[in-house]
Design a protein around this ligand. Structure first.
Ligand code: PLP
Length: 377
């Protein structure tokens, strides 16, 4: 199987599994308990918190562990609106992940004021539109750091300078471990992270909450995570996240080079061998691992058929569109960039990892060309 689906979820590296196993097998204590096994788990969790916090330029007390990006995003939005009562209005971009769009829809349904921020044709936040918007210290802005479908990196620092008093949240699930993510440089108040985009385990992530914010738990129960996220922590998953984050940081330069050359080769091969493709990933302002393409003659192509044919040929790719009642919907990200519904449906998002080989890229380009040619017949 050539795995070119959502970021570096290729596999959990063996070294990460090794680091996690003792926390399943031997050190199974509950980190909130006072006996020795519990204390050992607590030490492991706090060491992971320290290391991951340092990687993003945060203080350990500013980081809570969650079950992943979805929970971190939901927690920020819902707690700011309800438990913490920090906001009267949410501004969010049109290209956010469903883990932002769906909770925003729910909050809108509950009569919260919410407004959509537009992106340009490259899928990058439209700052001109933003400049005209008045924000206050009770405005919560949620704009992702990098998009999961196109890889486009968003101007978060500029957003901060244009809205100095607002609360800013960024979903950094895609960018963390691929490009430097420093919450001081970005100037954000909240940031969401997930381990499974960086070869770590699924089901673990983190939420950065800037010091000084009176943030109250959205999930109620025990007093874990300084009363900000109830629920027994999983030392094994947290340690897996820690090792994955460490490796991503240490190897970032080498991984970036590998991923960039794979994407560049794929782009060249597709451009050279197929007469009409549109590149939906901006060349300079994007992650090193994502290439999104579509076809201007999309009316004659079936998005599902492209992905299914790739799968039959052993290539796992995706297009980021939601599947509703068994049928593929046009991607909301590509639609926001101005693509027609047909084109936004028949797009392909390739996401390479540090393990992607040149041979896999050549085979993918060749196979896609044949599939598209057959569909056009
Ligand atoms: N945000 C973005 C940008 C993502 O790409 C994803 C997952 O694909 C998520 C949030 C959800 O993260 P998780 O799967 O850890 O809940």
């Amino acid at each position: 199987m050539i795995y070119l689906d959502n970021s570096a979820t290729t596999h959990i590296d063996e070294s990460i599994i090794e680091a996690m196993l003792p926390w399943f097998r031997d050190n199974y204590g509950n980190a909130s308990s006072i006996y020795q096994l519990g204390r050992q788990a607590r030490v492991a969790i706090e060491s992971a918190r320290e290391e991951i916090a340092a990687l993003i330029g945060a203080h350990p007390a500013e980081l809570i562990f969650t079950s992943g990006g979805t929970e971190s995003n939901n927690t920020v939005l819902k707690s700011c609106c309800h438990e913490s009562n920090l906001t009267d209005e949410i501004l969010y971009s049109a290209i956010e992940h469903h883990a932002i769009l769906h909770p925003v829809a729910e909050l809108t349904h509950q009569n919260k004021r919410t407004s959509l921020l537009q992106v340009d044709a490259c899928g990058i936040l439209n700052l001109e539109q933003f400049e005209a918007i008045q924000t206050t210290n009770r405005t919560l802005i949620s704009v992702m750091h990098a998009n999961n479908e196109t890889g486009a990196i968003q101007p978060i620092e500029k957003l901060r300078s244009l809205a100095p008093d607002a609360l800013i949240h960024t979903d950094a699930v895609q960018s963390f471990g691929k490009i430097p993510v420093n919450i001081q440089t970005l100037g954000v108040d909240f940031a969401s992270f997930s381990a499974h985009k960086i070869h770590g385990p699924k089901g673990i992530g983190a939420l950065f909450i800037r010091k000084g914010i009176d943030f109250k738990s959205h999930q109620h129960g025990g007093g874990q995570e300084r009363n900000r996220r109830a629920g027994t922590e999983s030392p094994a998953l947290i340690v897996g996240f820690q090792v994955a984050a460490r490796q991503a940081a240490t190897e970032m330069t080498a991984r970036t080079e590998t991923m960039k050359s794979a994407i560049s080769l794929l782009r060249t091969l597709l451009n050279d061998t197929m007469d009409t493709i549109r590149l939906n990933t901006p060349l300079d302002q994007s992650l090193p691992n994502i290439l999104n393409i579509s076809f201007p003659d999309a009316e004659v192509l079936d998005g599902e058929a492209i992905l299914q044919s790739l799968d039959i040929h052993g290539i796992a790719a995706s297009n980021g569109s939601a599947c509703v009642s068994g049928s593929l919907q046009p991607s909301h990200v590509l639609s926001a960039m101005g693509l027609s519904p047909a084109e936004a449906k028949a797009a392909v998002r390739f996401s390479v990892s540090k393990d992607t080989t040149e041979e896999e890229i050549r085979q993918t380009a060749h196979t896609l060309r044949e599939i598209i040619a057959a569909l056009r017949e």
